[in-house]
Design a protein around this ligand. Structure first.
Ligand code: CTP
Ligand code: CA
Length: 231
């Protein structure tokens, strides 16, 4: 049975998006997490669906409704996010907007840790898998377009350019999440964003806009890229 297809520049395409933070449990009541509202990633998923794509959104814990017309997989940890991403492939384009926790505790406590006993607990950490790099460096089943995000508080363009090369993705959407970003109230949790699009062609500064507008602009670029290549 064919899914009803929505007309638009991404009709017939499958777009995969990650969004939100991940939560890495320390014990049954505590976790390590990144700051992320999920607003930008969810806006990208919604914009891609509006453009006619079949969209799979893999989301960490957020306080946002599921975007209309999007298949959503809800996950908590980085490893669950990676499994859901792998399970959702193949895709024509994959956009990694999630703020994945870089580390998890090496061994999660089965019971709540108690503070009585004197000595402070030491958390032994281990690194989480890099979901974006894993997909970008696939030799088989790599999406034609792999897009990462880089939230930086300093040297935004230089760090993001290095990140693009290191991860092997096609584009990086870089944003300044410092208090000096010039965006009132800040980027994190807010509704506006100022980004640079970094590709093999160079660095393109985009004007400050709502997260919805940034999503629509990115989706238009994705459609132009996929449309200009033969499948
Ligand atoms: N990312 C990912 N899996 C991870 C870490 C990051 O998929 N374990 C993705 C993010 O979704 C984002 C990009 O990689 O698209 C960059 O994330 P970022 O945290 O900026 O990069 P890191 O390589 O973790 O570097 P940093 O030390 O700056 O945190
Ligand atoms: Ca990181």
């Amino acid at each position: 049975l064919l899914a009803p297809s929505v007309p638009g520049p991404l009709a017939g395409r499958h777009v995969l998006v990650t969004s939100g933070p991940t939560h890495e449990p320390i014990d049954p009541v505590r976790y390590i997490a990144n700051r992320s509202s999920g607003k930008q990633g969810h806006a990208i998923a919604a914009a891609a669906a509006k453009a006619g794509a079949r969209v799979t959104l893999v989301s960490g814990p957020v306080n946002l409704p599921d975007p209309v017309g999007v298949t959503v997989h809800h996950v908590e940890t980085a490893r669950q996010m990676q499994a859901a991403v792998d399970g959702a492939l193949p895709a024509d384009a994959a956009i990694f907007a999630a703020a994945v926790a870089d580390w998890r505790v090496a061994s999660e406590a089965g019971e709540k840790m108690k503070k009585d006993g004197g000595a402070l607990p030491a958390l032994a950490l281990t690194e989480n898998p890099d979901i974006l790099a894993g997909v970008a460096q696939r030799t088989e089943g790599r999406p034609r377009l792999v897009v990462g995000f880089a939230a930086e508080t300093q040297n935004v363009v230089a760090y993001a350019t290095a990140k693009r090369a290191r991860k092997g993705c096609d584009w990086i959407v870089a944003n300044d999440v410092s208090a000096q970003s010039g965006i009132e109230g800040g980027v994190m949790g807010g509704d506006r964003n100022a980004v640079h699009l970094i590709s093999a062609e160079g660095v393109e500064p985009w004007p400050v806009a709502s997260k919805t507008q940034v999503a629509e602009r990115l989706v238009a670029r994705i459609a132009a890229f996929l449309g200009s290549e033969t499948s």
